[in-house]
Design a protein around this ligand. Structure first.
Ligand SMILES: *Cc1c(COP(=O)(O)O)cnc(C)c1O
Length: 353
């Protein structure tokens, strides 16, 4: 195909985790929440439907930003609604940020192994990816902050996927201070972690923190995410987004979701408890696991190949994520499902080893 830009013709395109239709799988491959969202979310969406959908939505999702600013005051006292920009999932946020900072021929830096979409975003932009491997202890060394010509943006996922590891906020602050470009901290999993980097946004206009409602609020199907940055940065990002990137249903649903703290605390607690149990059981079965700060566990078995296990589990009706990073290695990323799902996984897995 020669009609499109050469960088588009040359790129692979992002392949999301499998979303099988039809056959019932125990689905532990895309870090969805095992719990249904808060009933308040469904009620809020229902109210919007009844009122009608003939009008365009609020282009700035003001209702959500006002509630979110209140919620995040504890972590970031300076925050007001103009520190927040909303998106159609946090993938939309990552696209907006890349579009705003990275030009054709520029450099976008991110670690390996991490979220595969970062490379796709660089390719779409006609930019180059610069990939820096994590150290053996999952820290990032000096290569990550080294100056480079045309380096315009760096991404880290924190907690990281697929490892589930997290850098401490003080370490992230050091990276941001040393980097010659803005740093986007992708906090899609921060709600499952002990700490987060929101407070860093106040001290450094080069720090942007993105969040998602897909995982910790059980709303992957709704598509809602947002970024927190200083207002002069948000103002620029606003120029780059689609005018109506969040629809009326998702704005109402997302606002109701962050307002239901009881739902959040209860489901988060259950997921963290199951995460500990899953980790301990995998270790008992001979897996090496990394201690996770997210809603999944990254593991490798001592003697059985990860790809084999992925395939045999799939044949047995259990879907986990097999990740293979060319030049780095592979492993299994298993989402923390419900206790019943984890029991089903373990029952199928044990006889395979
Ligand atoms: C799931 C995920 C996202 C995207 O979340 P959406 O809000 O569903 O677009 C972003 N970053 C990482 C690291 C993720 O795992």
């Amino acid at each position: 195909m020669t009609l499109v830009r050469p960088n588009i013709a040359a790129m692979q395109g992002y392949t999301p985790g499998e979303q099988p239709r039809g056959m019932e799988f125990v689905k532990l491959n895309t870090n969805e929440n095992p719990f249904q969202c808060s009933p308040a979310v469904k009620a809020a969406i229902g109210r919007v439907c009844i009122a009608g959908l003939q009008r365009y939505p609020d282009p700035h999702a003001t209702q959500f930003r006002e509630r979110a600013a209140e919620l995040f005051k504890a972590d970031l006292p300076a925050i007001t609604p103009d520190w927040i920009l909303c998106g159609n999932g946090s993938d939309d946020i990552l696209t907006i940020v890349t579009r705003a900072f990275v030009d054709s021929g520029d450099l976008l830096r991110f670690p390996r192994p991490s979220y595969v979409l970062y490379d796709t975003l660089a390719s779409i932009q006609g930019a180059k990816s610069e990939i820096v491997d994590y150290e053996a202890d999952w820290s990032l060394g000096e290569r990550f902050t080294a100056p480079a010509d045309r380096l315009r943006l760096a991404f880290i996922a924190n907690p990281n996927s697929p490892s589930g590891t997290a850098l401490a906020p003080a370490e992230v602050a050091e990276l941001a201070a040393a980097l010659p470009c803005p740093l986007l901290v992708d906090e899609a999993y921060a709600d499952f972690a002990e700490t987060n980097c929101l407070s860093l946004v106040a001290d450094n206009e080069k720090v942007l923190v993105s969040r998602s409602l897909s995982k910790s609020y059980g709303l992957a199907g709704l598509r809602f995410g947002f970024v927190v940055a200083q207002p002069q940065v948000i103002e620029q990002l606003n120029k780059v987004k689609d005018s109506y990137n969040c629809d009326a249903l998702s704005i109402a649903g997302a606002t109701a979701a962050i307002d239901d703290r009881a739902w959040f605390d209860r489901t988060r607690g259950a997921i963290l408890t199951t995460r500990s149990r899953l980790t301990a059981e995998l270790q008992r079965l001979g897996f090496t696991c990394v201690d996770s700060q997210a809603n999944f566990v990254w593991c490798r078995h001592a003697t059985t190949a990860s790809k084999d296990l992925y395939q045999r589990l799939k044949a047995a009706g259990v879907l986990v994520r097999y990740m293979n990073y060319a030049g780095w290695g592979d492993g299994l990323r298993i989402s923390v499902g419900s206790d019943e799902q984890i029991d089903a996984l373990l029952a199928k897995l044990e006889p395979m080893l």
